[in-house]
Design a protein around this ligand. Sequence first.
Ligand code: FEO
Length: 165
Amino acid sequence: MISKKMTNALNLQMNREFFNARLYLSMAAYFESINMPGAAGWMMAQAQEETGHAMRLYAHLRERGARILLTAIDAPPTKWASPLAAFEAAYEHECKVSREFDEHMALAQSEKDYATTIFLQWFVTEQVEEEASADEIVQRIKMIGDHKGSLFMLDRALGERKADD
Ligand code: FEO
């Protein structure tokens, strides 16, 4: 039996993950607007993954017999100062999401909710990857600086990403 407190935390996170999907979709739209279709595709794949994260939480709540509640979702930002600023925002956002999952994990462990602890382990591992992939792109854009040809090449490489989960 999942507690009310754990149910509320996972419902909150499910709704946050739907926000995350819209945040990355908004970043995709921004990259379309500055003619970087590869980065837009990367962000689109990320948005799909975030919807997948929300649905994993939905499924866990359903399997545990908890009441699932969809709430209002804030509008995401719509523009960023530069490609670097957008990927830096993505990286910082993922660090925040990691802290959110750490808190959920701490709650699950304090409640001896081992089913939720095991369920959340996937997200804790996923967050390591999410932070690393955004940070890698930040570092690559910093190296490129103002070199338009290299930014074009990076955009092409980013466009090869496919959504995993
Ligand atoms: Fe689902 Fe990128 O956090």
